[in-house]
Design a protein around this ligand. Structure first.
Ligand SMILES: NC(=O)c1ccc[n+]([C@@H]2O[C@H](COP(=O)([O-])OP(=O)(O)OC[C@H]3O[C@@H](n4cnc5c(N)ncnc54)[C@H](O)[C@@H]3O)[C@@H](O)[C@H]2O)c1
Length: 352
């Protein structure tokens, strides 16, 4: 029997990641595509014939007993309400990252999933990236020895998403580059370290590059059609720096949606006493070891991580077996984001 799905939110991530992935699957139907902007749902249906019909109100799909699962692909603040409504209506949920705008609401979502006995996966897609999986396996086998420190950079030169729209309005997003990109990097680090537990953190955030919104020349990227430099809000971090102590390695990181440096530096260095690894984000990794510093460049194919993520979700809905993207496994990352923002706000170290 096919798993019947509804897509809620027909923006960038729906068009560029989930619909291309879901369209390749034969064991699903997409009964509804929903967006509060009907033209967006219509455009998605036009582009992906797997979509059967469009709606403006997601509650129509929740009331349909044929629907098994929903994909929540809306701005961050809306994840909470839509996911809670869907779980209460007895649907499984695949919710995009971050879980929502803060840790307390994230915990409520996790509790509701348990109360309803439904799947609730979070779209930290890097857990399904081949490079991340291989590094996690190598670390579990002890190949790095002791990973004592991780250096992480998620810095881009001009990439503030949809300036003045949902991404840069704290009330809608929960934060800026830290919650938007940092969740991907920090979650995959905790995952590779083997579900490291947090001890304490310190962090500083800055909102500098687009203080004068009208003068900021951003590149076209995610959600550019929701940008609003005339009437919108930009009250989130466009640069972040921090330090995290865990029961395993410590982590130092810098993140920038925008900076006055031309290079995009998106990498993670794992420093082990036997071996080190540099992971080029979203790509391959290199390994370094030995007295004369031998470099290894393992060759491997990188399948579409969104396909792998969505396939694993559908399998979990059918089997009832929770996978690595089940919300309980992501809560530590949500707790970390909260602690980092609290540290920046209070200008002091925060103990967890
Ligand atoms: N996993 C990743 O790599 C990745 C990448 C980009 C975005 N995301 C996440 O995906 C989510 C969406 O991001 P995006 O870039 O697609 O944004 P977007 O602005 O392009 O699309 C969001 C869509 O949701 C719609 N929407 C808002 N409220 C709704 C509601 N109540 N019911 C139905 N539709 C509603 C909007 O009209 C819009 O079309 C965000 O949470 C973001 O963090 C994840």
């Amino acid at each position: 029997m096919k798993t019947v799905i509804t897509i809620i939110g027909c923006g960038r991530i729906a068009n560029n990641a989930h619909l291309p992935a879901l369209s390749k699957m034969e064991n699903i139907r997409i009964k509804y595509a929903c967006d509060i902007i009907p033209e967006k749902a219509a455009a998605l249906k036009e582009k992906f014939p797997i979509v059967e019909q469009t709606i403006e109100d997601y509650k129509i799909a929740l009331a349909d007993s044929e629907v098994d699962a929903v994909f929540v692909l809306t701005p961050n603040f809306a994840h909470y309400t839509i996911t809670m409504d869907a779980l209460k209506a007895g649907k499984h949920v695949m919710c995009e990252k971050p879980i929502t705008v803060n840790y307390a609401l994230s915990c409520e979502m996790a509790n509701e999933a348990k109360a309803q006995g439904k799947m609730l996966n979070i779209g930290v897609c890097n857990r399904h990236h081949k490079s991340v999986e291989m590094l996690a396996e190598m670390n579990a086998r002890g190949e790095f020895g002791n990973i004592y420190h991780v250096v992480c950079s998620f810095r881009n030169c001009r990439s503030i998403p949809g300036l003045g729209g949902a991404f840069t309005d704290k009330a809608q997003s929960g934060g800026g580059v830290l919650i938007d990109w940092g969740i991907h990097f920090l979650d995959l680090i905790l995952y590779i370290l083997g579900d490291a537990k947090l001890k304490n953190v310190t962090c500083d955030t800055y909102c500098e590059m687009a203080k004068d919104m009208k003068s900021y020349k951003y590149k076209k990227m995610w959600a550019e059609d929701t940008a609003d430099v005339e009437n919108g809000v930009n009250d989130v971090d466009d640069f972040v720096t921090g330090y995290v102590r865990t029961d395993k390695a410590s982590i130092s990181f810098n993140g920038a949606w925008a900076q006055n440096l031309e290079k995009n530096e998106m990498y993670i260095d794992f420093l082990g006493d036997k071996k080190g690894a540099r992971l080029a984000y979203g790509k391959n990794f290199e390994l370094f070891s030995g007295d004369t510093l031998i470099t290894e460049n393992p060759e491997y194919d990188i399948p579409d991580m969104y396909f792998e993520e969505d396939k694993a979700f559908i399998e979990s809905c059918v089997s009832g077996v929770k996978g690595k993207n089940y919300i309980d496994n992501i809560l530590e990352s949500a707790k970390l984001l909260d602690a980092l923002y609290a540290s920046a706000e209070q200008n002091k170290e925060v103990t967890l």
